[in-house]
Design a protein around this ligand. Structure first.
Ligand SMILES: [Zn+2]
Length: 158
């Protein structure tokens, strides 16, 4: 299968999930070694999950199917250029290459306003629109330090 087949599959998913399940038509697939290992679609409204973007769902599906959080060696195909949350998820997953079809400008033309998210992500912690307060730093730090001595310690950098 070539790249257009993978993108076509993501588009099919977006159309099917929208028509059959009331999803928003943002589909994605994760591909490894020429095979689809994860699929997803935006189910924010119908599953009451604000993080259910197509890319996140495809990454979760790929992780479950491959039995690892480490998706290095995988590419992600999405029907729309990803938001900052999904770019961050791709970073943590170690996705190799991103392929997209629609642009964020296309989505914004429909009424999505992503500028406040961009501004918030780029701003320093205390300059963000989201009110933020630090609590119990020493107690939380104790657990972080304890983790470095545990067999499951991992910085998730591959
Ligand atoms: Zn997103």
């Amino acid at each position: 299968m070539d790249k257009t087949n993978f993108m076509r599959r993501a588009i099919e998913i977006s159309r099917r999930e929208m028509l059959e399940h009331g999803a928003a038509p943002f589909g994605a697939v994760v591909v490894k070694d020429g095979k689809i290992v994860g699929e997803g679609c935006n189910h924010v409204v119908n599953r009451h999950d604000p993080t259910s973007h197509g890319e996140i769902e495809a990454i979760r599906d790929a992780g479950r199917n491959l039995g690892t959080w480490d998706l290095s060696g995988c590419d992600l195909y999405t029907t729309c250029e990803p938001c900052e949350m999904c770019v961050a998820a791709m970073f943590w997953a170690g996705i190799d290459t991103l392929y997209y079809a629609n642009t964020l400008a296309d989505a914004e033309a429909l009424g999505f306003d992503l500028q406040p998210l961009r501004d918030m992500v780029r701003a320093d912690l205390h300059e963000r629109a989201l009110p933020t307060e630090r609590l119990l730093a020493a107690e939380a730090r104790e657990v972080l330090d304890l983790w470095t001595t545990q067999p499951n310690f991992d910085t998730f950098q591959g």
